[in-house]
Design a binder for this molecule. Structure first.
Ligand code: NI
Length: 200
């Protein structure tokens, strides 16, 4: 188990577009070890996900997992998912509610690379994610709700984008302490109803 140091906002590697991983690279001992380290680092920090450039490696690899997360107790569970070279795009809902609109949801987010700050961003409710797993197998999946938001957050990292960039109202910035004191209850109430409606 190797918990790596997480780089924080201001480090240039967080602002670069990470590059694609070749199939040969993905099979290498070095990249497989990198994926193990990402998983260990994410779990150690109680993150919902982490991208390779957050530990200083500018490759298009991220890991995601939500399992009774103390940082985000309202998030539905996500099994451990390794995404390599992901391509993400908003899509219409596929549950019969598709009215041709691109539904968005306001989510209060935080980030392991932005210590002690949260802010509200708009995320697409339905996305399609195409990616490779750590074994090189191709996946083409839909994600929905808060889970879709988590995938958008991690894919943003690989393009050098932080949630800070997507906060449209800077007045929503809070420390974690002030979020707990003044904003958590209203957010949990709204987002719990959202999760109940969309199912993830
Ligand atoms: Ni992040």
């Amino acid at each position: 188990m190797t918990v790596r140091e997480i780089v924080t906002v201001g480090h240039p590697v967080l602002r670069e577009r990470a590059r694609e991983v070749t199939v040969d690279e993905l099979a290498s001992v070095e990249v497989q070890q990198l994926i193990d380290d990402l998983i260990d680092t994410m779990r150690h920090a109680n993150g919902a996900g982490i991208a390779a450039n957050q530990i200083g490696v500018p490759l298009r690899i991220a890991v995601i997992e939500v399992n009774d997360n103390p940082r985000y107790p309202y998030k539905p569970r996500i099994p451990l998912t390794v995404i390599v070279n992901p391509v993400i795009e908003p899509v219409a809902a596929d549950d019969g509610t598709d009215d041709g609109t691109d539904e968005m949801v306001e989510i209060n987010e935080g980030c392991l690379s932005v210590p002690n700050l949260r802010g509200s961003v708009m995320r697409h409710v339905n996305v399609r994610v195409r990616h490779l797993d750590r074994g090189g197998a191709a996946h083409d999946e839909r994600k929905r709700g808060l889970t879709a938001g988590t995938f958008q957050h991690e894919c943003d990292h690989l393009d050098g984008v932080l949630f800070l960039d997507r906060v449209t109202d800077p007045r929503t910035f809070t420390t974690w302490e002030q979020f707990e004191r003044f904003h958590r209850a209203a957010f949990i109430e709204r987002i719990t109803a959202f999760v109940a409606r969309v199912g993830s």
